[in-house]
Design a protein. Sequence first.
Length: 336
Amino acid sequence: MRKYLLPKEGQFYKANLHMHTTVSDGVLTPHEVKKLYQNEGYSIVAFSDHEVMVPHNYLTDDKFLAMTATEISINQYWGWDFEFQKTYHFNLLSGDPDKDYYRAFNKKNMWLSNSFAYISENQEKHSFVKEYQIDNINEVIKISNEENLLVTYNHPVWSLQDYSDYINLKGLWGVEWFNNGCVQGGFIDSIKPMDDLLRVGENVFPIACDDAHYQATCFGGFVMVKAEKLKYDDVFSALKEGDFYSSTKPLIEELFIENGVITIKCSPVTRIMLTTERRYTQDVIGTNITEAKFDLNNYIRRSTKNECKNPYVRLTLIDEDGNEAYTRAYHLYELR
C-alpha cells in the first residue's frame, strides 16, 4: 500500500517564514515585501518583526498569504555590549492571523525605538521576565506552544551558540539550517542542530529562510508547503503537521513509501542522500537525477527488532551548484 510522506492532494506554496520590515529594523515596508516576493513566485510570507506581533491581514488575497509572527530575543546579558554575547532568537508563528500579542513579551526587552508604536493594548498586559537559563527558555517555548505558536530556533551560529545551548531545548517546532541574511554575513548554519535534537527525541522540522532586512538578503532559503488551499488555517495546519520541505533551490515533486521502499521525485540534482539517526545511510549520485528509490525494509526490521531509540529517516538533495533541500524526519511509525 502506498503512503504519501508529502501529501498527494493539495498544492505546493512557496514561503519565506522569517522577514523584517519597517515595523522593526527592515528597510522595506510590508507592501514592498509583498510585491517583491510575489514577483519571485512566493505565495506566503511570515512577517516576523522583532519583539512585536503585528497582523498584516490587509495584505492577504487570493494569491498571497501574510502570516502573523514575531522574532523574540533572550540575551545572555541585558544592557551589555551585544557584540560579545550569546543570544537565543526564536520565531513565533501564530495560528491566529489576528493575534497581536504573545505572553512571553516584556517591554523592557524592546530594543528598537520605532517598534514601540506597534505595541497593542493586548500586548501591554504582559510582562514576562526572560533570562538566559534553560528552565526560563523552556518556559518561553511552553507558553508559546500553549498559545498555538510554532516556535523556531533561529540561526544558532550567528547567535554564538553551540550544542550545550540547544540540546536541552524542549518543544521546538523548527530549527533554521539556512538563514540567508546570516549566510551573507558569514555565519553559516547546518542541519546538525536539528539532527542532534531529533536524536534526543525532539520532533523538530528543518527551516530555510531569508531573515531579510533589505532586498539583497531576499530569495535565498524557502519552504514549500503542501496545503489544500492558500488559506491561513490550511497553511498553518500543514506547517504544524510537517507537510513541507525546505530548500535553497532543489524542488521535490513527490515523496511516498510503498512496500518499505521510499520513492522521491524531484527537479534535476546530482545527489540524493537518505540519512538516519544511526550510522546507516543510502546514497544516489549521478547527473540530472529526477527520481530515486531507497529500500528501507531492512532498516525497519532492524529498528523494530532492536527497539532502537528515536529511529527516523530524512532525505537531502544537492544540485550541481551545491544548493540543498531537506525533508523533515520521518519516524518509524510513519514508515511501517
